[in-house]
Design a protein around this ligand. Sequence first.
Ligand SMILES: [Fe+2]
Length: 347
Amino acid sequence: MPVSDHQLTQAWEEVLRLSRVKPGHIVTILTGASTHPQTLRAATLAAQAAGAVVSRIDLPPVNAHRALSRDPLAYLGETPLTGNPAAIAALKASDLVLDLMTLLFSPEQIDILESGTKILLAVEPPEILVRTVPTEADRARVLKASEKLKKARQMRVVSEAGTDVTFDLGTFPTICEYGFVDEPGRWDHWPSGFLFTFANEGGSNGTIVVDTGDIVLPQKSYATAPIRLTIERGYAKAIEGGIDAQLLAEYMATFNDPEAYAISHIGWGLQPRCHWSTLALYDKEQTIGMDARAYEGNFLFSLGPNNEAGGSRTTACHIDIPLRKCTVSLDGEVVVRSGTVVERGDA
Ligand SMILES: [Fe+2]
């Protein structure tokens, strides 16, 4: 369903209000070849309405000769900022960068954030943005959950499909994504509404079964049969199953990088306005699949890098897999039971 400019501009105005944009702030909109023109139009209008000094930096795409798809999250390599000190200087001089390009986790992004600049990524199509406008309640819920995750020393995940895996925790920080940037140096992604951390190096062991119907990203497909991953000392040592397992394994093999198989971020979804079923309604190039990453009650795990949280592993391969119907426990306390979030006061 199309969205009016007015409605999308209102959504941006709310996100900028939550992000504490004030008159005179420097807001720079980062755009690229796939930026949605209506999103750019609405973001520009809303930032101007907030009294910000608004600029646009448009950068050409990179990585196309190495990436196997157009999905901007599928290949973590160089960014259009690599070797571009002029653009980096402009972004560092900004209070807020609206990333409508997909800068991704990169040394350049970390450098910009360390200068105090805030970055908000927003590349899903307009109707998804309007549906998932973040709220203070989203933030409060994610932060509350993060108090448990920060203290936990082990996460265990089990499911009737056969998942039984443990992750040792404590080395890496907990990262909260709630859809707006209310503090200097903060990065976030609209839409989101989830939290995650990274397992200690070598501290992941067990079996993960991607069940029929679970989503694999960036393939953006629903598994048609179970995929069994055997996890040993932090790495997926075997990927077994039918055609979906073969597609995943062959895709990962093309990167020719052992680090592609490392367990990356692990966490769970808390966003009731995102849905498991939404991906089925879209052509693959219309969305990056944030509904799948954020829907309430998922267990989202990833294979690939951990440099986002200060680890040393980098790899261009990045797989995100949200699982349904899992039970997630932190040091024995259930936080998600069979795909339903358990919070204080719940049984
Ligand atoms: Fe990821």
